[in-house]
Design a protein around this ligand. Structure first.
Ligand SMILES: [Zn+2]
Length: 137
């Protein structure tokens, strides 16, 4: 059961009041997604705006190829991937072979996580940038 349903109260950002206020759910997009809400203060009906996502959204365009996660910076992604990665980092060398998900310790770029294989090379996410590196030579 979803905690949301038409007729229930929810906190939403109101574009007219410019505040996060109690709204009544008017319609649902699906069981877990709120569609429209009615502001109890100005009685206006508008699309639901999650108040918590409003402030966190990073508007800056990320340079991640493929647009994997538009709202995250490379640094955020790196922190997240590093916390998920298991095992000990392998010192980077072009003679080593790396798999997706491997931790790499690069002497210039620091710790990184292998994201992808591209044309026999590896795409590694480092703290400030994504690098394509040669491996398995
Ligand atoms: Zn309002």
């Amino acid at each position: 059961m979803s905690k949301y349903a038409a007729g229930k109260e929810v906190l939403s950002y109101c574009g007219k009041c410019k505040l996060t206020l109690t709204h009544i759910i008017v319609s649902m997009k699906d069981v877990n997604t709120i569609g429209k809400v009615e502001c109890r203060t100005c009685k206006g009906t508008h699309a639901y705006k999650d108040p918590s996502s409003k402030t966190k959204k990073v508007r800056k365009k990320s340079s991640i190829p493929g647009g994997r996660s538009k709202s995250m910076s490379v640094n955020d992604l790196w922190t997240q991937e590093l916390s998920k990665a298991k095992g000990k980092p392998k010192a980077y060398s072009i003679r080593e072979s790396f798999e997706v998900g491997d931790l790499v310790d690069h002497k210039s770029f620091g710790p990184g996580i292998v994201q992808d294989h591209v044309d026999g090379k590896i795409e590694v996410l480092f703290q400030h940038e994504i690098k394509t590196l040669v491996h398995n030579k």
